[in-house]
Design a protein around this ligand. Sequence first.
Ligand code: SF4
Length: 428
Amino acid sequence: MQRFHVHNFGCRASQADGAALETALAAKGLEASDSTQADIVVLNTCTVTATADDDVRQKIRRVHRENPDARILVTGCYAQRAPEELVGLPGVRWVIGNSHKTQIPSLLDEPVPYHGFVQVGDIFEQHDFFSAPVEDAAGHRTRPNLKIQDGCNNRCSFCIIPFVRGRSRCAPADQVIDQIRYLATRYREVVLSGINLGRWGREPGSTVRLADLICRVLDETQIERLRLSSVEPMDWSDDLLDLVATSPRIAKHVHAPLQSGSDTVLRRMHRKYRPRHYEDRIKRARALMPNAAIGADVMVGFPGESEAEFEESRAFIESLPFTYLHVFTYSDRPGTPAAENASQIAMPVRKTRNRILRDLAAQKNLEFRRAMLGKTLSAVTLDHGALTGNYLQVELATPRPANELIEIEIGGVTPAGLREHSSLLVIQ
Ligand code: SF4
């Protein structure tokens, strides 16, 4: 029996693709194994930054060094973007783009005409996508992530994703319901995700929206907690925010990528909203949900970002009730308009701006955690500790099995999260 190993890089969407691939290979009768023992090693790659690309190339070299007989198949976003950078690396037998990812199980049956076989097609012709629920990226056997949308029709000037994942497309509602029905028999919480999740349902001729799908999930499944991953700011409609605020089965967690709080930088990024629009959504979320987690992705060092623009962005972020931030340093992606811009920001300046926003994020997060002292929060137990609906890690007073929905009284603040006070009550 042939043995295989799948290694995933990158975001939740990539993890979901990798899980689907593992399921498909196992269904063909291949046996999952360690990368050092596998006959076929699949590297499901990410290309979001130059560092992500470096990680993939390093991993290929390591796999080949540790297991020279393994046939390496490279797929995912890096394979789609730049197959020529991967095909000559040692041990690489196949480079298969996202355009052909769903065909990998059958491609493995076909004789490979030569070492370094490349199959990358037009991603914009892709109408389906690969997805299976995956367990928590942190390795907890809890909180599976279900990808219900792939691709993106936007053209943010820094982003390579539309070129490696194609047009926006969605999983059918009935399929989502069936998958969540099944997951609800095993888990308390399911995380809905996508490349541009808020676009779910927005296909030509369709009037259903993400909020409608969530209502169906709540009505037709027993899932105890749903969490939405990232939703673009303008897709946080009043309907969606009201639903999250009023349903006790939806985690009070709003994540809306901001990227910059500077009007002019947002324009150059080709983002579709201005700071005032973003502010309106975040303030509405906070007014409806005083204890909700509110988070954003922000980018520093976008080409041409002046000191004044950075300060405008920093002050805007400071003024909003964020509870956490994911701070990214701009990295050129060949093929994007931003990479052609001559006004690249010096790396030391990018790093300084990154640190300033990380410090601001840490301060806001600490204030939020302190505000939780004495409150009772609903949480899902993990392998270690628990995660609250409002996205805070809690150290438990006594260990509990993973996958329970519990109420926790908060007794303390730890360096990275919270500590349980004493009482513990299982909700049944
Ligand atoms: S919304 Fe913009 S940043 Fe997000 S995936 Fe689409 S193009 Fe990329």
